[in-house]
Design a protein around this ligand. Structure first.
Ligand SMILES: Cc1cc2nc3c(=O)[nH]c(=O)nc-3n(C[C@H](O)[C@H](O)[C@H](O)COP(=O)(O)OP(=O)(O)OC[C@H]3O[C@@H](n4cnc5c(N)ncnc54)[C@H](O)[C@@H]3O)c2cc1C
Length: 390
């Protein structure tokens, strides 16, 4: 596919840029960290504005309420969104980036008709209930069980690390429906309504003093059978569709944002006179080249997703390199910020507290959505065709 931008793409860019330049300043900065009710209101209100202006679900097919943009304009959208510093997708991440796309690929007409418009309009927030205390990398070992009673599943068990579950309405939930089958064959993918008795959400505190994720305790929680995505016990296949979206195209926005992070690092270094250090300039040049290369690979991944309907396994390579680059850039920013970062104070134009927060947050990227070791295993087996280890 030719990824050069044509006249129509540039016209789309100009329209989008004008809209973002008008709307982003009006929407204002996000609420202070920790106020999750305010954060949900802020993020969902922004999503509604995107929807009303025709910029929600730009990659989703038109028949499912999206804009169905050609791939070049999806890329322009990501570039302009990052350039404008528009609000991070945040609480809408799971719904827009992998639950919605999974429903498009695997859901029933009824599930799509009910859930997709709500996700696009910012009316429902989703979380992911995959990991358990004893099932992270080895996700197929999960033990949360669902027993079929009439036209419902009755669910019992515990999930952990569910990002923003404390503000979620629905959960993409993995459960064991056949305890006697081999572990990959007894799993089912369910849509759990979070607002019901039997669903207890406990936020967890992290190193930055925040509560980004939660434990979910399920005691006789109910899911109607029509809330099952895919067939009973076919959930591992559906999970792989979700994970390909999560590890593939979902990170595109983050990757293009690395470019802005690097540019603001340079601006700060110039103000603080650190830019005179040739070693620093060399490191910035190297990182810039890596970000450009990763953006090219991401463009290819988006093109493949467009052609086939699901991202290719190369998403693992993208996710792996993105995680490392993010850590390298925030680490360098911390070193440029020096004492300002350690003290969490402002120095010139640099917000030390924000630099420290970004650095701490970047540590999670090599764990979330599958650790770097697991991505390397996937690259070895599914892309390079190497044999599985014993
Ligand atoms: C910020 C963040 C957000 C998250 N959000 C969610 C969410 O919303 N929903 C959700 O369900 N989960 C979520 N997770 C959980 C995440 O998917 C798991 O943490 C991750 O899959 C690793 O599982 P684990 O923590 O149990 O580590 P473990 O699986 O116990 O791994 C421990 C170490 O052993 C290594 N290891 C394990 N197996 C292998 C192997 N076969 N080969 C080589 N090395 C191996 C790992 O790489 C790691 O270094 C989130 C995690 C983070 C950090």
């Amino acid at each position: 596919m030719d990824l050069a931008y044509g006249a129509e793409d540039e016209q789309f860019r100009a329209e989008l840029r004008a809209w973002l330049d008008a709307e982003v300043p009006v929407h204002g900065p996000p609420p202070p960290p920790g106020d999750w009710a305010a954060r949900r209101a802020y993020d969902t209100a922004w999503q509604r504005k995107l929807y009303d202006a025709g910029y929600a679900g730009v990659a989703w097919p038109r028949e499912f309420g999206g804009r169905g943009l050609p791939v070049t304009q999806q890329l322009v959208y990501l570039e302009e969104y990052a350039r404008a510093g528009a609000p991070y997708v945040s609480v809408n991440f799971v719904g827009l980036m992998h639950a919605g796309p999974t429903l498009i690929a695997e859901g029933t007409d009824e599930q799509r008709a009910f859930h997709l418009p709500k996700i696009l309009r910012g009316e429902s927030v989703w979380c992911q209930g995959f990991s358990e205390p004893q099932a992270g990398s080895d996700l197929a070992s999960l033990q949360t069980n669902a027993r079929r009673v009439g036209d419902e599943y009755v669910v019992n068990g515990q999930k952990i690390w569910s990002t923003r579950a404390h503000v979620a309405d629905y959960c993409e939930l993995l459960v064991r429906t056949d305890p006697d089958a081999p572990k990959h064959r007894g799993i089912t993918w369910l849509i759990l309504d979070m607002h019901q008795p039997g669903v207890e959400v406990r936020p967890m505190r992290t190193i930055d003093g925040e509560s980004h994720f939660c434990e979910i305790f399920l005691t006789d929680a109910r899911v109607p059978v029509r809330g099952r995505v895919g067939a009973e016990n076919d959930g591992w296949r559906v999970t792989n569709v979700t994970l390909r979206f999560e590890r593939g195209t979902a990170f595109a926005q983050h990757i293009i944002t690395l470019r802005s992070q690097l540019r603001s690092l340079v601006a700060h270094a110039q103000r603080l006179t650190a830019w005179g250090d040739p070693g620093l300039r060399e490191q910035v040049g190297r990182l810039e080249a890596h970000v450009d290369a990763l953006w090219r690979i991401t463009q290819r991944g988006i093109t493949e997703a467009e052609a086939t309907g699901t991202p290719a396994p190369s998403g693992s390579a993208v996710k792996l390199r993105f995680s490392e680059l993010s850590q390298e850039i925030t680490d360098l920013t911390m070193r440029v910020a020096g004492r300002a970062a350690l003290g969490g104070v402002r120095d010139g134009g640099l917000d030390g507290a924000e630099a420290a927060r970004d650095y701490l947050w970047s540590l999670q990227y090599t764990i979330a959505a599958g650790t770097s070791q697991i991505q390397r295993n996937l690259i070895a087996e599914r892309i390079l065709g190497m044999p599985r280890s014993a």
